[in-house]
Design a protein around this ligand. Structure first.
Ligand SMILES: O=C(O)CCC(=O)C(=O)O
Ligand SMILES: [Fe+2]
Length: 327
């Protein structure tokens, strides 16, 4: 995801970026990173079988900030999805084409100098829109995480991350750091972004398994620990690392001469702007063929946030009914 605590704290002291200004407004800067706060962490990641269900998974997520869900997708389904994605990845550029993003060196490095990323998986892959987006366990987890607190959730992005051979390790970061006002609420704030990082190839220490510091989601926000505290989230194809956006993590170094592919499927409450502008890029005809819940996470339906009137409406109506989603 496009977030780096380091960039934000850098810009707090040096630039006029909006996040930097916001951090300054709240009295934070690079020199405020605490060095003596308590930072309990574990040197293992819990692994839970998908068949154990959402309760166990969410309880581990809350405890450690991240958990590996084994067999989140079957290896066979992951393989068929890969077959949809392979030719499209061949045609994809490395890095990011947005000039505003690419002007910031640390963001460029964060995206990866030899990493291909792309989104809009609903349009690009039949297997994604017909099968993967219907993974019941994902909705069970999201219901438990968001339903009570926020009342609603939608997809932030579904993003392929293809780490090329000999890629450097990514900087340690929080995914929540590009949602600054929510991020500043710290570990006691509401759950505002979770990531289901799905392994599309086996991930190992050698090929760049994501590195995490279990327990760090409860630390002081500006404390990113260091690489000696991280453990590799090694996974089999189809497993997923489900984690809180305040967990310190980063892509590992790919020392091999092969690609390492993951998909970051991320979510946020309906009162937060998603990273990916899905309703503007997914064709209506494709959206009409999706289930109600899939339409909803993609922004073709209104959001009903707890304790508030509907959001993402038209004429005070459920937007899906006004744009032909139930036809
Ligand atoms: O590629 C990975 O393993 C993690 C990527 C990541 O954390 C990010 O891009 O935010
Ligand atoms: Fe990340």
């Amino acid at each position: 995801m496009a977030t780096i605590t380091e960039t934000i704290t850098d810009s707090a002291s040096t630039s006029s970026s909006r996040s930097g200004n916001l951090l300054k407004k709240y009295g934070f800067g690079a020199d405020q990173v605490p060095t003596d706060s308590p930072r309990p962490y574990k040197d293992t990641i819990q692994r839970i079988a998908s068949s154990d269900g959402a309760d166990k998974i969410v309880s581990a997520l809350k405890q450690d900030g991240g958990v590996i869900v084994e067999n989140f997708l079957s290896a066979e389904l992951a393989q068929r999805l890969n077959e949809d994605l392979d030719p499209q990845l061949d045609d994809m550029y490395v890095g990011c084409m947005d000039p505003a993003t690419m002007a910031i060196d640390s963001v460029k490095e964060f995206h990866g100098l030899n990493t291909k990323r792309f989104t809009n998986l609903v349009t690009r892959s039949k297997v994604w829109r017909e099968e993967v987006i219907e993974t019941d366990l994902a909705y069970d987890i999201l219901d438990k995480v968001y339903r009570e607190e926020s009342g609603s959730f939608w997809q932030s992005t579904a993003q392929v991350i293809e780490l090329g051979p000999k890629s450097a390790a990514q900087v340690l970061h929080h995914d929540g750091a590009n949602l600054v006002p929510f991020w500043l609420l710290g570990p006691d704030g509401p759950e505002f972004h979770i990531n289901m990082l799905i392994a599309m190839s086996d991930t190992t220490e050698e090929n760049g398994a994501t590195r995490v510091i279990p327990g760090s989601h409860k630390w002081n926000l500006f404390d990113l620990g260091d690489s000696s505290m991280t453990v590799p989230a090694t996974m089999k194809k189809g497993d997923a690392l489900v984690f809180d956006c305040r967990l310190v993590h980063g892509g590992g170094e790919n020392k091999t001469d092969k690609n390492r592919r993951m998909i970051a499927w991320t979510f946020c409450p309906g009162y937060i702007t998603p990273e990916e502008a899905a309703p503007l890029v997914v064709p209506r005809e494709i959206a009409k063929g999706l289930s109600y819940r899939a339409q909803k996470i993609l922004g073709f339906r209104s959001q009903y946030v707890k304790g508030a009137a509907g959001l993402w409406m038209t004429d005070m109506n459920e937007v899906g009914n006004c744009i032909g989603m139930d036809k």
